[in-house]
Design a protein around this ligand. Structure first.
Ligand code: MN
Length: 218
């Protein structure tokens, strides 16, 4: 059973003072929007309803999966070299990268050669999530209001990924951007599934990475 929802009314009220730590400045500094078709994005957004997540398969100089969660009006982002697992025994390295605008969840296409992140991007999975974090009164709170910032737990409702996941700030090898993405033990955990290898099409357009590269470049 999915965890109970945090009260959306409460969440919206709490959202009124968005954390100042999240920013799109770095995202914009790295990109030339007259060259790349990636979205510039508007201001940090306050949205109603459940927050979103997206996993984008990104064939850059190295293939990786960008795991993004809507937090504080932006998509907080981690690059996961091996992609997410459905097996709780698999810990996947997740390297935190710059926050992306919410509009990025719609982006599928080719980033031109020589530009930052040059290569093909596919919307590998997308959906909503629910925070599993509680405050000291035992009430569910959005991730941006979680008292612990080094261990985020959330419930995904995607097309390929479902159930509880944790992002744990491991600082492995002394690097502060290093986290681990781990499937929590619940009904959606499945050691035999391997969606990264078996479910390779876009949930947005049904295309493979190769098809996107062919249709969107030039
Ligand atoms: Mn990437």
């Amino acid at each position: 059973m999915p965890p109970e929802l945090y009260n959306p009314g409460t969440a919206l009220a709490l959202f009124d003072d968005m954390p100042k730590t999240r920013s799109l400045e770095k995202y914009r500094r790295k990109r030339k929007f007259d060259v790349t078709s990636e979205p510039r994005g508007g201001r940090r957004q306050r949205r109603k309803g459940e927050p979103i997540f997206v996993v984008q398969k990104h064939q850059a100089s190295r293939l990786h999966y960008d795991f993004r969660l809507e937090i504080g009006g932006v998509l907080r982002s981690w690059a996961v070299p091996k992609g997410p697992s459905t097996n709780p025994k698999e810990k996947r390295l997740a390297v935190e990268v710059e926050d992306h605008p919410l509009e990025y969840a719609e982006f599928e296409g080719v980033i031109p050669a020589d530009e930052y992140g040059a290569g093909t991007v596919q919307v590998w999975d997308r959906g909503t999530y629910r925070s599993m974090m509680k405050n000291r009164h035992g009430q569910r709170v959005p991730l941006e209001k979680a008292p612990r910032t080094d261990n985020l737990e959330f419930w995904l409702e995607g097309k390929k990924l479902r159930g509880g996941y944790a992002l744990i700030h491991s600082k492995m090898r002394g690097r502060k951007e290093n986290w681990l993405l781990i499937k929590l033990k619940d009904d959606a955990a499945d050691a035999r599934r391997n969606p990264v290898n078996t479910e390779t099409k876009s949930v947005l357009t049904g295309r493979t990475l190769k098809q996107i590269a062919r249709e969107e470049s030039g």
